[in-house]
Design a protein around this ligand. Structure first.
Ligand SMILES: [Zn+2]
Length: 85
């Protein structure tokens, strides 16, 4: 299934990205090491994968990230509450 929503701006941005490369900005911090990024020009989404490289944010990776984020947040909260002297 391919999205066929091709706005004129997006098409131009994609062209721009093909030449100059994407301009990724952090869209979501999943863990300390894994973040999701979105291209400021064409809105393409990528994420840090297990090898530390950027991969296109597929539904599978999105699901993994959501799970990781959930675990990370729980762990983080547990640690914050655990103020043992
Ligand atoms: Zn781009």
């Amino acid at each position: 299934m391919k999205k066929t929503t091709t706005h004129n701006g997006n098409l131009l941005s994609s062209f721009f990205c093909n030449i100059f490369g994407h301009k990724y900005i952090v869209s979501k911090k999943v863990t300390h090491h894994i973040k999701e990024y979105k291209c400021a020009h064409c809105q393409m989404q990528v994420t840090t994968d297990v090898t530390g490289h950027l991969s296109e944010l597929t539904p599978e990776l999105q699901e993994i990230n959501d799970t990781l984020e959930d675990i990370f947040n729980k762990k983080h909260r547990a640690n914050a509450n655990q103020q043992v002297a």
